[in-house]
Design a protein around this ligand. Structure first.
Ligand code: HEC
Ligand code: HEC
Length: 330
């Protein structure tokens, strides 16, 4: 362990995804020092090593027995839960956020009730010592999600549904967002472990439930997994490419095709000024977010905004079943 290496982490408080409404566990800049690492190591061996391994390689004694994704191998320096761009390292805030909130639908517990902020901060510094990348590099500035989200409307949910079909999200996440698309069972992450596409009906998502959390995933993707950043260049040609006949009722297919025919052809899109292209993509991303949120039963936020009890009939049987499986709204 090279504790001599001083890593001055740039903490951009409150900018991390999902962090907006949380109080920060890291109130001041911390760095890797002998004393916080020693304190972190102690807590780590007690609470974390059983899954993540005493060397941080994800091979603790319990690791083989957990359901769902395997415990993260910290030595690779690849993190799914990061407010920063794909291919870069997470901020200290991101690591603290994951530790405190846990990862829903996996064996990773939420430690908020067990660990106080000081302990969490020390753990963050200790985890960094497993990965040369995290020790040596400063994290970049987090991705900034545009703050002005357009209001969700029935039309935006419908557009989102069409974007979802045309952009092939259903291949992995399923035609109704239940995580059961035709490719779902064969997906692997970078190291060959099974990768499980999210089920949007569950309500509680791994990366947070706020619109900005979902938007962030669309921009950054999920590092190390087949979930790539969604480029979302939506053009009229896509109508011919959408081939979900086996999976989709023709009314859905027709809606997606007719949406495509309302879009511009790709040569026209690429002739637009970059700022204009980005604005269009931003709009489609928010549409997708509205659609994905409409699949979750939870607070009925969208439903109440939209007076939306027709939702089940709009998106078919899957949306009707959503209720039973949902446990808690954020
Ligand atoms: C019962 C097993 C288990 C225990 C105990 C556990 N974890 Fe985890 N942890 C996991 C699993 C599984 C994942 C992967 C979740 C995923 O990939 O979706 C994970 C993910 C993480 C991540 C996110 C990595 C990323 O990709 O961004 C961090 C950080 C983390 N754990 C820290 C800790 C710390 C710190 C402790 C101890 C306080 C701890 N974990 C205890 C199972 C565990
Ligand atoms: C090649 C398969 C694949 C495709 C195509 C795909 N995804 Fe994903 N997606 C995944 C996987 C796998 C995960 C889960 C990653 C993880 O956390 O382990 C995921 C996670 C997500 C999440 C995070 C959910 C959470 O629990 O926090 C969102 C949001 C998402 N995808 C949206 C989309 C959208 C929208 C599209 C289409 C533009 C899309 N995905 C296309 C595989 C895919």
């Amino acid at each position: 362990m090279h504790l001599k290496l001083l890593l001055v982490a740039t903490l951009i408080l409150g900018m991390g995804y999902g962090c907006a409404s949380q109080t920060s566990p890291l109130q001041h800049k911390q760095r890797v020092t002998q004393s916080n690492v020693a304190a972190g190591a102690h807590i780590y061996q007690r609470y974390c090593s059983t899954c993540h391994g005493s060397r941080g390689d994800g091979l603790g004694p319990t690791a083989r027995h957990v359901e769902g994704p395997t415990p993260t191998d910290f030595t690779r320096g690849v993190f799914k839960f990061a407010s920063t761009a794909r291919g870069t390292i997470p901020t200290d805030e991101d690591l603290a956020w994951t530790i405190l909130h846990g990862v829903p639908h996996t064996s990773m517990p939420a430690w908020a009730g067990v660990l106080n902020h000081a302990a969490t901060g020390n753990l963050v510094q200790y985890i960094k010592t497993f990965s040369p990348k995290l020790l040596q590099q400063d994290p970049p500035t987090p991705i900034v999600v545009p703050s002005a989200k357009p209001r969700a409307t029935l039309a935006s949910v419908q557009r989102g549904r069409n974007v979802y079909l045309l952009a092939q999200c259903w291949q992995c996440h399923g035609t109704n967002g239940r995580g059961d698309g035709p490719s779902a069972s064969s997906l692997k992450d970078e190291v060959g472990n099974r990768s499980i596409p999210s089920d949007f009906s569950l309500g509680q998502l791994k990366h947070g439930n706020e619109a900005t959390d979902l938007y962030h995933v669309l921009v950054a993707g999920v590092e190390g997994t087949p979930m790539l950043p969604a480029t979302l260049v939506m053009t009229s040609e896509m109508g011919e490419q959408v081939d979900a006949k086996r999976y989709l009722p023709s009314s859905d297919l027709n809606a997606a095709r007719s949406f495509a025919s309302s879009l511009m052809p790709s040569d026209e899109f690429f002739n637009l000024h970059e700022a204009k292209q980005n604005r269009l993509m931003e709009g489609w991303r928010w549409d997708l977010v509205d659609y994905l949120q409409s699949l979750a039963k939870p607070s009925g936020l969208l439903r109440s905004i939209l007076g939306l009890d027709p939702l089940p009939t709009l998106y078919g049987a899957a949306a009707c079943e959503v209720g039973e499986r949902h446990t808690s709204a954020k």
